[in-house]
Design a protein around this ligand. Structure first.
Ligand code: FAD
Length: 462
């Protein structure tokens, strides 16, 4: 048995970042992880493996669609799926080993096994009970499913199974047109799978700017993805080598079925905190399973904190990381801070989609007067040079003060471009501030500046 200032349960981006920050602030720290490797969902079965497959499949797409036009002739590459999975696995390994290195460097003990909290101030791992002045719960989330949908991770899979299929399927049905479904759907579509996405709502990526939603769906259709919108999945049936999906169209209640080699259930994720003993401790949990915390990420039990996917808010790695740093600062007696109004969201398809802050819908709902500055990548020389002129940047600014309130980008490098707007928003900048900032030519970020210019006297290249 050992004694620590802080024990973090879970080593995902929330947990490992919290542990490192606690150590940097001079606290003695241990991190409990039940998986074989550190890094949580994000590094093992989430952000990182999906990006590796998105990258590899995008290379193939470029070779097949754009190489010849650029004067690069010859046979396009064929897919060695085993090798692609090996590349993905090696990417995971370098990242998870990197966290192990950082733990050693910061003298953080990795307590291997599944942890529980028998009482405040104690964490049990296996037969050992450790003392902890503070506990941070960072146990993340797990895929959620639908009634009637039985996941076997072979023919009916979650994102975890979709990252390690035995072969590239001929056909795939993706249930849910959210971020994870569209990213993984894109991967397989580029590898030659016939992908059909079934979505309950009438638009993809719920909550996003409607213009982005429409443009994004049009682009994905061009890449071969098919969509069945306004359809409520009733259930799946796993056959020997296939699965059957039954759905009802909301417009007329008619029932249809669809066969596919693989069905990917991408209907969201739910907080995971099984086996921690939250009930016995009296820790409040919402109806949706999120651990309730106050403004300092402290649960209803003093000295027990919770962060990341296990609590309310967007289920994103960087949100978990920010909460990890903030909770660590709070425990160390500093001021922990997360600006929930400036958390970017990115979809790593091609092109990328990114957003931050308000949408036109949320501004209308709040009755706030705003102006829109929009710029198409067709007016951006660099984008046109690399076959990436489709898409746009849209900046929303307060009508009176010109303060930037939100930004929505679909186009090349959107996931990186969004951050100059995030920084501007953190500093309370106006659209004019962005527009007056010199941007290097030729870069994609000139499109952001042009959108800012469009909030004022007008964009130059439109
Ligand atoms: P997690 O990363 O879920 O980590 C929790 C860890 O706690 C796990 O390792 C688990 O084993 C461990 N654990 C749980 N209970 C116990 C216990 N009792 N004892 C010991 N250990 C325990 N987000 C992005 O921002 N960008 C992306 O591109 C992105 N892509 C994604 C793609 C996919 C396919 C998926 C599934 C998710 C993706 N996400 C992405 C979401 C992101 O992975 C999560 O938001 C993030 O991992 C949450 O971090 P966390 O630290 O809260 O929890």
């Amino acid at each position: 048995m050992s004694s620590y200032d802080v024990i973090v349960i879970g080593s995902g981006p929330g947990g490992y970042v919290a542990a490192i920050r606690c150590a940097q602030l001079g606290l003695s720290v241990a991190c409990v992880e039940g998986r074989e490797t550190l890094g949580g969902t994000c590094l093992n079965v989430g952000c990182i493996p999906s990006k590796a497959l998105l990258h590899a499949s995008h290379m193939l797409h470029e070779a097949e669609h754009n190489f010849a036009d650029m004067g690069l002739k010859g046979k396009s590459p064929s897919v060695d799926w085993k090798q692609m999975l090996a590349y993905k696995d090696s990417t995971i390994e370098t990242n998870t080993k990197g966290i192990e290195f950082l733990f050693k460097k910061n003298k953080i003990d990795w307590l291997k096994g599944w942890g529980s909290i028998p009482e405040a101030g104690k964490v049990k791992v296996g037969d050992d009970v450790h003392d902890a002045k503070n506990i941070i719960i960072a146990t993340g989330s797990e895929p959620s499913s639908l009634p009637g949908v039985e996941v076997d991770e072979k023919t009916v899979v979650t994102s975890t199974g979709a990252l390690e299929l035995g072969k590239v399927p001929r056909t795939m049905v993706v249930i849910g047109a959210g971020v994870i479904g569209l990213e993984l759907g894109s991967v397989y579509a580029r590898l030659g799978t016939e992908v059909t996405v079934i979505e309950y709502l009438d638009a993809i990526t719920p909550g996003m700017d409607p213009e982005v939603q429409k443009t994004f769906q049009r682009m994905l259709k061009k890449q071969g993805l098919k969509f069945i919108m306004g359809a409520a999945v009733q259930g799946t049936e796993a056959l020997k080598t296939k699965a059957k999906v039954t759905y009802k169209l909301r417009k007329d209640d008619s029932e249809e079925t669809l066969d596919a080699d693989v069905v990917l259930v991408a209907t969201g994720r739910k907080p995971y905190h099984d086996g921690l003993g939250l009930d016995a401790l009296g820790i409040e949990v919402s109806k949706r399973g999120q651990i309730a915390v106050n403004d300092h990420w402290e649960t209803s039990v003093k000295g027990i904190y919770a962060i990341g996917d296990a609590i309310d808010g967007p289920m994103l790695a960087h949100k978990a990381e920010d909460e990890g740093m903030a909770a660590a600062a709070t425990i160390a007696g500093q001021h922990g801070h997360v600006n929930y109004g400036v958390i970017p969201g990115v979809i790593y398809t091609h092109p990328e989609v990114a957003n931050v802050g308000e949408t036109e819908a949320t501004l209308k709902e709040a009755g706030r007067a705003y102006k829109v500055g929009k710029f198409s990548f067709m007016g951006n020389a660099r984008a046109k040079a690399v076959h990436a002129g489709d898409g746009f940047v849209k900046i929303l600014a307060d009508k009176e003060t010109d303060r930037i309130l939100g930004c929505h980008i679909i186009g090349p490098g959107a996931g990186d471009l969004i951050h100059e707007v995030c920084v501007a928003m953190e500093f309370g900048a106006s659209a004019e501030d962005l527009a007056m900032t010199c941007h290097a030519h030729p870069t994609y970020s000139e499109a952001v500046r042009e959108a800012a210019l469009a909030c004022g006297d007008g964009a130059i290249h439109m």
